[in-house]
Write a protein that binds this ligand. Structure first.
Ligand SMILES: [Fe+2]
Length: 142
């Protein structure tokens, strides 16, 4: 399991979405490491890309809305980081469209997704949780 309890930021809506992202990325990686024909495993790549393109937008929007709600001072910077990641996903999607699901490109996507997700959730998103906690009250109502 890639998800760790320490990744929780203490805002249940965001934590649930993060867990779903971790679950999907893990599923994707397990599939990539499995044996069997590459052609058969490409379906998983397609569905993961479809999911990522949609869910990342939904999740980033929700996370940014929450930051607005609590007047999080790092919102602009956080939005910039989110926008950069969305662009990377879209670049991969574009390459897949042009070149097909090349195995090395897919492997590099998997590495990138995992590294980004862990780094982002373990550091940048934690700051949102700390800020929410510093306000007192129940951050889980967000
Ligand atoms: Fe974030």
């Amino acid at each position: 399991m890639i998800w760790k309890e320490k990744y929780r930021i203490g805002v249940s809506m965001i934590d649930k979405q993060h867990q779903e992202l971790f679950r999907r990325v893990e599923d994707f990686i397990v599939n990539l490491r499995s044996s069997g024909k590459w052609e058969d495993r490409q379906e998983k790549v397609k569905s993961t890309m479809e999911f990522m393109k949609e869910y990342v937008v939904v999740h980033f929007r929700a996370e940014e809305e929450y930051q607005k709600k609590i007047n999080y001072p790092g919102l602009a910077e956080h939005q910039r980081i989110h926008a950069g990641f969305k662009e990377e996903i879209n670049n991969f999607a574009q390459k897949f469209e042009e070149e097909g699901y090349q195995e090395d490109l897919v492997q590099s996507l998997a590495g990138k997704l995992l590294a980004w997700l862990i780094n982002h959730v373990a550091s940048e998103d934690q700051k949102i949780g700390s800020y929410a906690k510093s306000l007192g009250g129940d951050s889980n109502e967000g």
